[in-house]
Ligand binder design. Sequence first.
Ligand code: GLU
Length: 507
Amino acid sequence: MSEFNTIRVRFAPSPTGPLHIGGVRTALYNYLFARHAGGTMILRIEDTDSKRYVPGAEEYIVEALKWLRIELDEGVSQAGAYGPYRQSERKDIYKKHIDKLLEQGKAYLAFDSPEELEAKRAEDPNFQYDASSRLSMINSLTLSAAEVDERVRGAEDYTVRFKIEPNRSIQVQDMIRGTVVFNSSVLDDKVLFKSADQLPTYHLANVVDDHLMKISHVIRGEEWLPSTPLHVLLYEAFGWDNQMPLFAHLPLLLKPDGKGKLSKRDGDRLNFPVFPIDWQDPKSGELSKGYREAGYFPEAVINFLALLGWNPGDDREMFSMDQLIEAFTIERCNKSGAKFDYEKARWFNHQYMQELDNATLAQMLLPLLEAKGHKATPAFVEAILVHIKERMFFLQDFWDQASYFFVAPEQYDAKTVAKRWKPESAAQLGELYLMLEKIEDYSDAEAMEQEVKAWIEQKSYNMGLIMNAFRLTLVGEGKGPRMFDIVSLLGKEETLQRLRKAIKTLG
Ligand code: GLU
């Protein structure tokens, strides 16, 4: 049982590349759990695997969490009483702990070279370095003390392995999965330390830090469940067993279609991001797309991820961060995998878009317009938003939906022309032109519509025919909100100019 009077959780990513969206969910659940309980959220960087270290990955993680407003109380970018929070800066701490295990005979030095281990595996595909085989290997259990000493002094590479007692039943209390039982025989004598780089492996560093940082709950992805018995055995070996953290292993994120774990390839294949923000691989230069750059609101991403593995117990779907903090409990996390329903992410973004007031949204859109070379007043953008916001899922949809308010059509969509521009269109729109020229006030769309419709009726022209052709002249294709909303927003001069041009061009 754990005996913590304060809740302390950690998000402990390895900086081996961009943080996967599943990792973001792990960070989020840790954060929600901590905040719900008034506890502490820690970011620990697990960078002891020098071969897999990728420059920039740590900065990426920090930036992604910041964008999503997952706040940290302690960590690499925050001071705290339990630092340093980067494992590569804690070498001495690990060394001390390794020495303790060695002194107590709970670990041993192994000198078998990678080639020798390879040969063993070739001989026996089921080979495992454990109680059944360790006495036939080259290690401090089989060599004399003098031989061991000589090898160490001769700077021969070695590893420190954890001596795991076979056939022990290890019970793990998982807050999501209940009691999970492991047999220690499935574990090999895990490498805890490598003399070559003087660095501990993930297993040792992770466990030592969880203890020293007084972690009360380990909340992490399901893929780490198999390493939990080792966690338990190490806590025991160090004599910390009455301070074991409680575990919660979160369900896998599954492919949107079919079975299996969500992967980067699914994102490429089905065209959605699996990373929080853009990532450019420092070696290959390859760009991986992020939610931020794809136009997502951080609130939408958080809301979407929160419901992938947790449920509020009722049918509520819209949650702000504060509401999530209030509602979140581990007991409501699901055991089975969560299908990564990408369409739902889009849906959430659409919802958040609709909740934003037009003035705020206009401020967000002005820079996008400016980047396209258009200066607009906030009032004009707001007025357009009244008519097209409902069709917007992302900020960048504004341009797709509304570009014609800023640039006159350069050409006319061929399909629409074929369907909507009839032999009589030019003559009829010519008449419409003359009538529109006489109207002074373009600000009242409703009044204009009535006036023009009355005129069409009186002429006995086909209403649909004229209106569709008229739309084509202003928009360049068949889309857009109500006709006179467009006319009113464009204003008299622009409307007439576009009409003239279209009549001339389409004839
Ligand atoms: N460094 C591990 C990772 O990359 C940490 C696993 C854990 O949370 O214990 O996810």
